[in-house]
Design a protein around this ligand. Structure first.
Ligand code: MYA
Length: 583
């Protein structure tokens, strides 16, 4: 697990992850205050790149891309020449050298242009060659990054297999080391973006390393003997995304194509995905902005019952919800970019939170935007149906949202076990085992020393919300301990409780992000002139606090047993099984 440590100045206590420390009842506010301001020079660069992206994007017929099922090699070349294929790559390799924040800000623009374009460029940079950037040797970077950054070559990310989707650990592809140090790879991948267009793929396989069954990350190149690009998938949306099967038949991979150390493959895959998931969060921010803009135009112009439909309360409520929720989402997505830019290595939970919250918000926002567009929204000559088709996969790929929720909850519980390691034999690499020890410990009623913490760095005008968040963190810590005490090791099977915990953590993190951002806005513009931001922040925090309360309450009082029993009975019947009268 990633383990960068940020020192807490006052107490000397350290946190490896802001969000993980919340379940310990700790708020390491120095990690999230002050708000991470983007660098001025980089802002100029980003504006320039965004203008080029819009110019190219406007010249592409995105419906035609659906028909052609590819954006066109000429357009890839143009995007590359404009510097849009190597956004974070070091300038010495021909890239733009953007930070995570700058990268995300350009991806917002891609998302406003078109989802297929975003995904082709996202597969390429967010995950395709990210591993080379993060883990590559100087030689590997020099060999591959210049062509990839210039768009002369495209990259892909080959993790998913027929039998290993969410359960990525259990990939079946296998690499076997040869006496000359090279590896021979066999296996099959599926749903691989840029499949037949990609020249360079980061692929993952099992491998025996030092007598242990581990994972390895390999850089594959088009044209390697035995590397076969398979059939293309026909998809609901993102129809220009070249999604393929890949087959590896005795592919000989030279030792210099191994990424990182053999054995570290799973860690490398997860690190790439942690980074990629932020991109999906900030991409969702960009796409949602476009939807809000389209919807405001429509409701302002469309008249019914003798007035613009914008004047109806039921319309205003939808727009108000979209704007305030997006402000919260944007705040937490860019706070997470700030964590990555500050060198906090473990932002795994925050990026998963952004992925889940972003992709679900975008889905509901697109659905509401289509609803407000009325009959027109359903028509193919309007943008909504394509947007809905294109974004439907977002809650599924890069970590299915339910799986991400369980990951968030279980990973957030892990530091509780780590904190107690001095008190018992707790395996820190085994969160589940740790929970068992913790349960015994909690049942033994040993008193933990958890210093109640609060937010002190928010602007005084935001004190009410800061206090509310501090209280929610205390409740989160208490509820988590209660959960573990009640279920002991079985807490790993309590997915409904994990979901509630994950959603509560997400809403606490979002409130913190909003407080940090608005504190910076107050400092910059003054409180009075920031009335609108204050109003939005106030509404967002109130609603988020309400959701946290509701999740925590449902942990005590719910009908989970009934719901799971109804499902099991339905499985037994093998069908719904009821009708007014039989056919
Ligand atoms: S690419 C394919 C995406 N696939 C996935 O995301 C797979 C999902 N599965 C997983 O993430 C893992 O298997 C889970 C863990 C989470 C389920 N960071 O025992 P474990 C460590 C760091 O819990 P499992 C695609 O879709 C963990 O601590 N470490 O593992 C294309 C432990 O380490 P240690 C992590 O139960 C999309 C070890 O691993 C992480 O098997 C294209 C084992 O952990 C982590 N996150 O499952 C998108 N997780 O032993 C393009 C686990 O040391 C987008 N670990 O304690 C472009 C954007 C464009 C935007 C456009 C908008 C319009």
């Amino acid at each position: 697990m990633e383990s960068s440590v940020v020192e807490k100045p006052e107490s000397g206590a350290a946190a490896s992850s802001f969000t993980k420390s919340l379940l310990l009842g700790e708020i390491h506010e120095e990690m999230v205050f002050p708000w991470p301001e983007p660098d001025a020079e980089e802002q100029r660069k980003v504006r320039d790149l965004n203008a080029k992206a819009r110019e190219i994007g406007d010249s592409i017929d995105h419906r035609q891309v659906e028909e052609d099922r590819w954006i066109g090699d000429d357009n890839i070349a143009r995007l590359g020449e404009a510097g849009l294929c190597g956004l974070y790559v070091d300038e010495k390799y021909g890239g733009q050298g953007l930070s995570q924040t700058g990268y995300a800000r350009v991806f917002e623009t891609f998302a406003q242009i078109d989802a297929t374009l975003s995904i082709i460029l996202g597969v390429h940079q967010s995950i395709g060659y990210k591993g080379i950037h993060l883990f590559g040797t100087d030689e590997q970077k020099e060999r591959w990054l210049p062509d990839l950054a210039a768009g002369r070559k495209l990259a892909g990310f080959a993790l998913t297999e027929p039998e290993a989707g969410s359960d990525a650990y259990h990939v079946r592809s296998r690499a076997v080391q040869q006496p000359d140090g090279s590896w021979v790879l066999n296996g099959e991948k599926r749903y691989i973006g840029n499949g037949s267009k990609g020249d360079v793929f980061t692929a993952f396989a099992r491998a025996e390393v030092d007598g242990k069954d581990r994972h390895i990350a390999l850089i594959l190149e088009k044209g390697m003997d035995g590397f076969e690009v398979g059939e293309r998938f026909d998809t609901m949306g993102l129809r220009g995304n070249d999604l393929r099967r890949l087959y590896f038949n005795d592919v000989r991979v030279p030792a210099e194509n191994v990424l990182g150390e053999p054995g570290d493959g799973f860690h490398i895959a997860m690190s790439i995905l942690n980074n990629g998931r932020i991109g999906l969060g900030t991409g969702s921010v960009g796409a949602a902005k476009k939807l809000i803009d389209l919807t405001i135009d429509h409701v302002s112009e469309r008249r019914q019952f003798d007035q613009p439909i914008a004047d109806f309360e039921l319309v205003q409520e939808k727009i108000g919800w979209m704007v305030s929720y997006l402000f919260g989402l944007e705040s937490m997505a860019y706070l997470t970019c700030g964590l990555a830019d500050a060198g906090v290595e473990d932002y795994s939970l925050e990026s998963a939170i952004c992925k889940v919250a972003g992709t679900e918000f975008l889905w509901y926002a697109a659905n509401r935007a289509l609803q407000l567009a009325g009959g027109e929204g359903y028509m193919k000559d309007h943008p909504y149906e394509k947007i809905l088709r294109d974004i439907r996969i977002f809650p599924i790929f890069e970590g299915a949202n339910d799986v991400m929720r369980c990951f968030i909850a279980l990973s957030a519980m892990k530091p509780v076990g780590e904190k107690l390691s001095g008190l018992g034999n707790i395996g820190l690499g085994d969160p589940i085992g740790s929970i068992g020890v913790l349960a015994d410990y909690a049942a033994g009623r040993v008193k933990r020393q958890v210093a109640p913490e609060s937010i002190s760095m928010a602007h005084p005008e935001l004190e009410k919300h800061a206090d509310a968040v501090s209280e929610q963190v205390r409740e989160l810590a208490a509820v988590t301990e209660g959960l573990i005490r009640e279920h002991k090791k079985d807490v790993t099977f309590k997915q409904l409780q994990q979901k509630r915990l994950a959603d509560a953590i997400s809403d606490v993190y979002a409130q913190v992000a909003v407080l940090s951002r608005v504190t910076a806005i107050f400092a910059d513009q003054g409180v009075e002139p920031s009335g609108q931001e204050r109003y939005i922040a106030d509404s967002f925090c109130r609603r988020a606090a309400g959701r946290v309360r509701s999740q925590l309450r449902q942990m005590e009082r719910n009908d989970d047993d009934r719901m799971t029993a109804i499902a099991k009975l339905a499985y037994k019947r093998g069908e719904y099984g009821y009708s007014l009268f039989t056919d």
